[in-house]
Write a protein that binds this ligand. Structure first.
Ligand code: 1CP
Length: 339
């Protein structure tokens, strides 16, 4: 049996226990992250390979997790497209992308040119990881990345994106297509640099109706997944995925990351036995639950997926207020399950 449990299970093979890693496992809930961020901005941390690698490794030093995810952000590849960007704490663009000329000015770029620091970070990580740990690369899906480009920052109502989908769908497709090309090159370069599994985040499918999902998110997820599948196992995460499961079945993704809109057993029923499911403990339980509650809810998930292809994760990222001891409890329960 391969020593890289997460990679083995992501490839659809059997492992001798359930692998575990957590979305946003690096970040503000860790004191060592907050300490580092007092000296360096978020962007500086992402753009300095030694710092980004250090932050990626911080959770592994505390917890016996099976995967280490590149520390970066979904908006980083847009820097190479010519976007001017800062973080406060979420992404903020100098100028939102809304017109034909804004979109025409975006370059489909070679990831080795403007985002070589990401590839260097992965190389450092690859050479420092124990051979039992799997290195995870990632990007945002075209739709979710486009949401930030069009809104220019975090939005509560996504009014600009909704307006563009309704009034200027051709323009929005032009943007999505350019992002697809860039993100495909970007993820392929991550695999070349050492990423063994890649995750695509399509967080803002949350705002879409099933019809809009079919038109603006699904085709671009599909393109990206197809371009990566020959190279590495692909994990897809979306929010409100329960509404899109029947359609998502046609994506042919290796691993489907289930959010809180749907139970793992329902996802299994719709998606079939071959796909690997990832998830889906509610991050709020991890943040605010007692030790007993965390154990109980974790065991519930493990029992419901027992004997099936499953990677343990949260339903979304670790929340910044999460006590570190709660994460330790979760990881211990998963690692000791069935022993
Ligand atoms: O120190 C800080 O305050 C910066 C906060 C922060 C962090 C820790 C941002 C800004 N990004 C990140 C890291 C990050 N972002 C990772 C690191 C790897 C990990 O440990 O998991 C990943 C995978 C992301 C991906 C990301 N960024 C997503 C998709 C996943 C998700 O959470 O849904 C999204 C939507 C973003 C946008 C973003 N970047 C940062 C923030 C605070 C946000 C969210 C803003 C919003 O709510 O709109």
């Amino acid at each position: 049996m391969s020593q890289k449990l997460l990679l083995t299970v992501a490839q659809g093979q059997k492992g001798d226990r359930t692998p575990v890693w957590l979305m946003r496992q690096a970040g503000r809930y860790l004191k060592e992250y907050r300490d580092l961020r007092e000296k360096h901005t978020f962007l500086e941390t992402c753009q300095t390979p030694e710092l980004a690698a250090e932050v990626s490794l911080q959770p592994m030093r505390r917890f016996d997790i099976d995967g280490v995810i590149l520390f970066s952000d979904i908006m980083i590849p847009t820097l190479g497209m010519g976007v001017e960007l800062d973080f406060a704490p979420g992404p903020v663009l100098k100028t939102p992308i809304r017109s034909v000329s804004d979109i025409k000015n975006l370059r489909v770029c070679d990831p080795h040119e403007k985002t070589s620091f990401v590839l260097k970070t992965l190389q450092i990580l690859k050479s420092n990881l124990p051979d039992t740990k799997t290195l995870i690369g990632f990007c945002g899906a075209p739709f979710t990345t486009a949401c930030y480009l069009v809104e220019g920052k975090h939005s509560t109502d996504f009014s600009q994106v909704k307006k563009m989908m309704k009034d200027e769908p051709v323009l929005f497709h032009l943007l999505l297509d350019k992002l697809s090309q860039t993100l495909s090159l970007y993820l392929k370069a991550q695999v070349e640099a050492g990423a063994e599994v890649v995750q695509i985040f399509d967080t803002w499918t949350e705002i879409l109706t099933p019809k809009e999902y079919l038109e603006f998110a699904f085709p671009y997820e599909k393109k990206l997944i197809e371009s990566l599948r020959p190279l590495a196992p692909v994990i897809l995460f979306m929010k409100k995925s329960g509404d899109f499961l029947t359609q998502a079945k046609e994506l042919d993704v290796n691993v489907f990351s289930v959010d809180y809109s749907v139970s793992l057993s329902h996802a299994r029923e719709v998606l079939g036995d071959n796909i690997v499911l990832q998830g889906n403990l509610d991050p709020k339980i991890l943040q605010s639950g007692t030790k007993e509650e965390i154990k109980r809810e974790t065991l519930k998930i493990l029992n419901s997926m027992s004997g099936q292809k499953h990677i343990f994760n949260l339903a979304h990222g670790v929340l910044p207020e999460t006590p570190v001891e709660n994460v330790s409890t979760l990881i211990e329960v998963v690692r000791n399950y069935g022993k």
